[in-house]
Write a protein that binds this ligand. Structure first.
Ligand code: ATP
Ligand code: MG
Ligand code: MG
Length: 386
């Protein structure tokens, strides 16, 4: 059987590998850390870092195609792979998505086609940039240009003095100041584009974040109007086409209190907010990635059940305020799994930590109200507020 390769061995790589294996592929993972979620289910190439040429060349030689599960994989590594194997997504798409400045510039450049703009913003790389901040960008959020995720590398700022302090606290790495917008709710659109330029777009997902981390994804979104759904889906398809992208890509949008739509950021890979597709859609986002990279026809994105996805963080292993130690215990999965429509996905991580994504739970049901009711019951079992 043919081999598919994936850069990165986290839970996204694991679920990708599982989907690929279901379609008869073998999977090789390039991941430096020895104990990784994908390494438990796929072959891990030994001691190979993301920039290690020997590892990259071994992956390329072994595989019919290579993808990434990790948006911060060095773009140069994808370029090297692409000299000898089909790589999707390619270095260009990934390099735009991993740099907030390039990403914003790209969104602005295709706004006439996508019909959406990002939040007003300014690059902050020096004291002069801070002095030149215009009042209407404040209050805002200062975000590192690279490597931020789950709200890490972000500081909320009210004044130029706040920006200065935050910039210094981040060791003066290049940042982006974004105007704080009045959000009504947040949505994401998962798309996939094939090598032939055909693209598909999944139903729009409504996301709730807690402490900067995705808490739930609900599809169909209870707040989403048909008008904003269509607008976001159209924007997403224009964006992947403009990027010349091949593979699964997820775009986050804000819907503001006045109903307008703003594009936030994109992830060049399957996304946490797309996990609901595993249980609620004909083709999961991971199976879709397999199809796109293997240059097969894209799959049906139809959603067959209403769905609510809950991230399971390490916090629910602890019965008190401690971080580690005796109070850590396995949550009552037997009670969770007794709930109708429950689909439990655990990532094989054996060291629960607070704020660490250990798994997710998707409830599917004929109606959203039923799925939400089961979610509430699960939250009660896990001891978290719904
Ligand atoms: P992710 O884990 O999704 O990659 P991230 O760390 O890259 O997150 P963002 O998605 O840019 O960061 O921001 C995290 C959250 O902060 C958003 O989901 C939103 O709730 C809030 N946020 C970000 N930018 C703005 C803004 N300009 N105005 C208001 N809220 C914002
Ligand atoms: Mg992000
Ligand atoms: Mg985000």
């Amino acid at each position: 059987p043919a081999w598919l390769g994936v850069m990165g061995g986290g839970q996204l790589g694991r679920m990708f590998a599982q989907a690929a294996q279901a379609m008869g592929y073998q999977v090789a993972v390039l991941e430096p850390s020895e104990d990784c979620p994908a390494g438990q289910v796929a072959q891990r190439l030994v001691n190979a870092g993301y920039s290690d040429n020997a590892g990259l060349d071994a992956l390329a030689a072994q595989c019919a195609a290579v993808t990434t599960e990790f948006e911060n994989v060095p773009a140069d590594s994808l370029s090297r792979l692409a000299q000898s194997v089909f790589v999707a997504p390619n270095a260009h798409g990934v390099s735009v998505a991993q740099d907030r400045v390039a990403e914003k510039r790209f969104f602005v450049s295709c706004a006439d086609k996508s019909g959406v703009l990002p939040a007003p913003h300014k690059v902050i790389a020096s004291q002069e940039d801070i002095d030149a901040i215009s009042d209407d960008l404040l209050p805002g959020i200062l975000k590192t240009v690279r490597m931020g995720y789950d709200g890490k590398g972000q500081v909320r700022v009210k004044s130029r003095a706040d920006v200065q302090a935050a910039f210094e606290s981040m060791d003066k790495v290049t940042c982006l100041l974004e105007k704080m917008l009045p959000l009504a709710y947040e949505v994401s659109v998962l798309t996939a584009r094939g090598h032939d330029g055909e693209s598909v777009v999944y139903p729009i997902a409504e996301n709730v974040h807690r402490d900067g981390i995705l808490f739930t994804t609900t599809v169909p979104g209870p707040n989403v109007s048909e008008e904003s759904a269509l607008k976001a889906q159209k924007a997403a398809q224009a964006i992947v086409a403009e990027l010349g992208y091949v593979g699964v890509l997820c775009i986050e949008f804000f819907v503001l209190t006045d109903g307008s739509l703003v594009v936030n950021e994109m992830a060049p890979r399957p996304h946490n907010s797309g996990h609901y597709t595993i249980d609620a859609c004909v083709t999961s986002q991971f199976a879709q990635q397999v199809r796109a990279m293997a240059q097969l026809p894209l799959g049906d994105v139809r959603q067959h059940s209403a769905a609510v996805m809950l991230n399971i963080l390490g916090d629910v292993w602890f019965t008190d305020d401690s971080e580690v130690g005796d109070s850590a215990r396995e949550p009552a999965w037997n009670e969770i799994l007794a709930l109708p429509g429950a689909n439990l996905h655990l990532y094989g991580k054996d060291d629960p930590r607070r704020a660490r994504k250990m798994g997710h739970l998707t409830f599917i049901a004929p109606t959203l109200a039923q799925a939400q009711q089961q979610l509430n019951a699960a939250c009660a079992v896990l001891g978290i507020a719904p």
